[in-house]
Ligand binder design. Structure first.
Ligand code: ATP
Length: 936
């Protein structure tokens, strides 16, 4: 079944659900998940860490079904942890009757729509979209989203709404009731309906049986790779132990995440309806008031225009009625949303479509949403000229990531040692013990030697350790290679070379990374090689710099002429239709032709997508995105490469690995780690990456280490080497002493000749510079900002630019999202700073810049430094700099952490310190005296 591209962190975008009618609006608690500290927008996990802001939304005017207090209290006794997940449907006893009632309502709406589609002769479209497992779960979301979750039970609802066996079970029951009722009136056999037949088809599919009975016995192990039965059985036992343990840890982590959400919800007092504090939804839309809260619903929107995108997605541009600005919103590109028509109060919905946010307009008044194209579809055309509301569908992206990780573990357990598994040698290597490993080698089933290079490498561009890594990686019989290397040792460059050479030796390669930023980084490198590369993923999550390599752009460009021809024919037919409206049979014929034309367009597009992917030498996606059916349907890959592998949990790495014959993992376990919310999941080992585990296996023979760095001035590299790598990191003489002054057109100033600089907002006599206190983001994101530090950063950028440093060679980082936003706003005011990159530390991993400025933000009397104290994050931040690093901070706060205190001491000793006061430079940095400050 079809899932065309992606949403949120991963890369799957569900095809549109069916239209559905007669849905009622209900009072609802809206959850606003905001990225705050450190998190890159691509990391959904980080979203979980962010404080959740809840807004009690107003009640629509429609009649609503309130769950009674006693019901809620009764159901509150149910704990999310008590839910089990063995593949059986969860019943009243497990989740409580309020939640069961909630699912029933959602599934009933879906069943009614199912039946309506059959009555209206649109069932083949339904058939196309429906499928077992995740496909079904995705289709069910808008229906569930339209029913209010019982108060206090949101976490359980979020868990249940992705529990396939439960949803399917309830849907089956509701559909049967709907069909029975209808057919009783018509006196026909309801079992003969298309809807029921489709349901039975799903229930009989192998995938349904596999998912709905996860507890079933794994297949019996036969001898694999010619091993005797006992050996194979021992490996299978290890796989079983591993997958069972990991599934349990994933479940604990997911529960922790849901409990976190529930705690946040519970912390909000129940709205006092009599107080009159609730405002109608249109108030939020039409009043630009300061006290407006962030919301994940936007109402009173009108369709302005439409255009067609990939996969038949219709990009629909909405604008707020009366050209008001959009309300402050949590919606961001890639978010999955439900689009419905409504009245001016946001109520009275008549139809619903699922899609994802493409972007929010720069004018602040518009939003564009990708919906599935529905040529001649009455549901789609109903949006025109109507009030429309857009609601975010929460939690599904995280649920999908979780489901895909679980699915990968299931496939590893069931198929890992089956003959048909292309990655059987990888599985045997990573789960076999020393004896099995030697046996593989002796029997020439795996070879860990270096491959011959035949002078393919460009001379001089790689050192010995890099050459060794490349030759090991080119050996087609080597199942696993781990490339470990501190920052700047050339891992990404080496991976690029490896991919190019592997393609040259006839291999097809799948390249993944845990985050979209990581994937885009390697796409950027590979795009200059002339290889046929395709980046698969949600277009809204792909960096504009590499958009031309995305599947959507490639398909669109190939499809252009065909689409133009289609539009021309469609216009002609429409004209004809207008002329013969009185002749029913002729009009019906033309309508039929229009429908046929739409189908041909879709078919052609599918063919092009298939052709592009099949012709690609390299396919790139996130680890989770590699589960996209578009990728899964392709032939087995010869090689799977995972970059930034230390940042991924092991289950997610198995998604791409199981699709290739061999794999190469590159990363550094001293850089960003996987983010785990639950302490017990962390202690249980969920935070241990595959890279870390595999590097120590079989006496380290799977790994190769790089130790010479080619990025940083030695003063910067020495700090990282001492703090993080036991002094092992060496600097290449080509970079060891490079400074900003060595770049062309850069003037000699004390700053351009300084590699390490501390801009301290604390004065030598102990007082803090005016305006340099930290503040909690009033938007309620839980993030912090510091205006004084922002001013100091701006003026430092100004000094650098004034000294001749190119703005594109400067990067500004902060661990806090609110500070990043503030810095962007401030630097936008400075035309000289156009081109300076401002990013969170997490999103800048894997990148580099000549000059890096870090704003630490925290300044408080308690000495609280939050996650600044995470040495791996600070290692990433500092090691992005090639020639100059400036740390802006309040030393008295930061020094409360011993690791950070050592960093400041190191800068004081080997670099320079300036006590910075934003007031003396004229605030925003604009119009200030460009004389360079002296060092105090
Ligand atoms: N052998 C080499 N000779 C000269 N420069 C090199 C060599 N290898 C790598 N470099 C340069 O070193 C810099 C860092 O390389 P790269 O980004 O690939 O490192 P990395 O290990 O991926 O770093 P990180 O872990 O921080 O992402 C790049 O500018 C690259 O051009």
């Amino acid at each position: 079944m079809e899932v065309a591209s992606c949403f949120s962190c991963s890369n799957q975008l569900p095809k549109l659900c069916l239209s559905f009618k007669n849905l009622q609006l209900h009072p609802k608690i809206f959850i606003c998940n905001n990225n705050n500290d450190a998190s890159s927008s691509s990391s959904t996990k980080k979203k979980r860490r962010s404080k959740t802001k809840i807004i009690n939304k107003p009640k629509p005017a429609l009649s609503t079904t309130r769950i009674s207090t006693s019901q809620t209290q009764e159901a509150k006794a149910v704990n999310v942890r008590t839910l089990y997940q063995n593949g059986d449907p969860l019943g009243r006893r497990d989740v409580g009757k309020s939640v069961v009632h909630w699912i029933c309502q959602g599934m009933k709406a879906m069943a009614i729509d199912f039946d309506a589609a059959e009555t209206q002769g649109e069932f083949c479209e339904v058939r196309q979209r429906m499928g077992p497992g995740l496909t079904f779960v995705i289709q069910a979301q808008p229906y569930l989203n339209a029913v209010p979750m019982p108060l206090g039970l949101e976490a359980i609802c979020l868990k249940v709404c992705t529990h396939y066996p439960t949803l399917f079970d309830h849907f089956q029951r509701e559909l049967r009731d709907v069909l029975q009722h209808k057919k009783r009136l018509a006196d026909t056999d309801w079992r003969e309906t298309e809807s029921w037949k489709l349901l039975k088809e799903l229930a009989n599919s192998a995938q349904h049986r596999a998912i709905a009975r996860k507890a079933s016995q794994p297949k019996p192990v036969k001898g694999v790779l010619g091993m005797n039965f006992d050996k194979a059985k021992a490996i299978q036992t290890r796989i079983d132990d591993f997958t069972n343990r990991m599934s349990e840890l994933l479940r604990i982590e997911r529960d922790a995440e849901l409990e976190f959400t529930q705690e946040e919800l519970n912390a909000i007092p129940t709205p006092d309806e009599s107080s009159g504090t609730l405002k109608p939804i249109e108030f939020l839309v039409s009043h630009g008031q300061a006290q407006q809260e962030l919301c994940d619903t936007i109402c009173n929107l009108n369709v302005v225009s439409t255009s067609t995108g990939l996969g038949g997605m219709q990009l629909v541009l909405f604008r707020v009625e009366g050209n008001h600005r959009l309300p402050p919103t949590t919606l961001s590109p890639g978010d999955m949303v439900c689009v419905r028509t409504c009245d001016s109060r946001g109520a009275g919905t008549t139809s619903c479509m699922q899609g994802f946010v493409n972007n929010l307009g720069d004018d602040g008044c518009s939003i564009s949403v990708a919906l599935e194209s529905r040529c001649g579809d009455p549901t789609f055309s109903k949006l025109f000229g109507k009030n429309v509301r857009i609601d975010r569908i929460p939690g599904l992206a995280d649920a999908l990531t979780y489901e895909r990780d679980c699915e990968a573990l299931m496939m590893l357990q069931k198929n890992g040692l089956q003959k048909k598994n292309p990655s059987i040698a990888v599985v045997a290597t990573l789960f076999g013990d020393k004896e099995d490993f030697s046996w593989l080698k002796e029997n020439h089933l795996a070879d860990f030697a270096e491959a011959e290079l035949d002078g393919q490498l460009g001379s001089g561009s790689f050192d010995d350790s890099q050459r060794r890594a490349i030759t090991l990686g080119l050996n087609k019989k080597r199942p696993v290679l781990i490339v470990q290397g501190p920052p700047g040792t050339g891992k990404t460059g080496l991976l690029k070379e490896l991919v190019v050479l592997s393609v040259q030796q006839g291999e097809r390669v799948l390249v993944t990374a845990p985050t979209n930023a990581g994937v885009d980084n390697i796409v950027e490198k590979l795009s200059k090689t002339g290889l046929k590369i395709v980046r698969v993923g949600n277009p809204a999550r792909i960096s504009p710099a590499v958009a031309s390599k995305s599947l959507s752009e490639i398909v669109n460009s190939k499809f252009e002429s065909f689409r133009a021809e289609f539009e021309r024919k469609k216009t002609d037919l429409r004209k004809d239709l207008r002329h013969c409206l009185k002749d029913d049979s002729l009009a019906a014929g033309i309508r039929q032709l229009l429908k046929q034309l739409g189908k041909t367009l879709k078919k052609k597009e599918k063919e092009i997508v298939k052709e592009v992917l099949a012709g690609a030498q390299v396919v790139l996606a996130t680890n989770t995105g590699a589960a996209d059916p578009l990728i899964r349907r392709l032939d087995t890959f010869d090689l799977v490469v995972i970059d930034e592998a230390a940042q991924a949990i092991e289950p997610s790495c198995w998604i791409p690995i199981l699709q290739g014959k061999r794999c190469i993992l590159a990363g550094d376990q001293c850089q960003l780690a996987p983010v785990i919310l639950s302490r017990s999941a962390l202690e249980g080992g969920l935070g241990v990456s595959l890279l870390e585990r595999a590097a120590t296996l079989h006496e380290g023979v799977l790994a190769t280490i790089l130790t010479t760095q080619y990025r940083m001035n030695d003063a910067i590299a020495c700090w990282a080497s001492k703090e993080m790598y036991g002094g092992l990191l060496k600097s290449s003489p080509t970079v060891a002493s490079h400074l900003l002054i060595d770049s062309p057109f850069v003037k000699p100033t004390w700053i351009t000749q300084c590699s390490l600089l501390l801009l301290d907002t604390r004065m030598p006599y102990g007082s803090l510079s005016v305006g340099c206190e930290e503040h909690l983001d009033p938007a309620g994101t839980g993030s912090f900002y510091n205006e004084g530090e922002a001013d100091i950063v701006v003026q430092h950028v100004f000094f650098l630019v004034y000294a001749g440093v190119s703005p594109t060679a400067i990067a500004v980082q902060s661990p806090y999202v609110a500070q990043v936003q503030l810095l962007r706003d401030r630097l936008d005011e400075l035309p000289e700073a156009a081109g300076v990159e401002v990013a969170t530390i997490d999103s800048f991993q894997g990148r580099e810049a000549d000059a890096v400025i870090i704003s630490m933000v925290r300044s408080n009397t308690l000495g609280a430094v939050g996650f600044l104290g995470d040495s791996r994050r600070m290692n990433v931040a500092i090691t992005r700099a090639r020639k100059h690093i400036a740390v802006v901070c309040d030393s008295s706060t930061i020094c409360h952490n011993t690791f950070l205190a050592r960093l400041l001491r190191y800068i004081r000793y080997f670099g320079r310190v300036k006590h910075a006061d934003p007031g003396t430079f004229g605030g925003s940095g604009l119009g200030m005296d460009p004389m360079l400050p002296s060092i105090s």
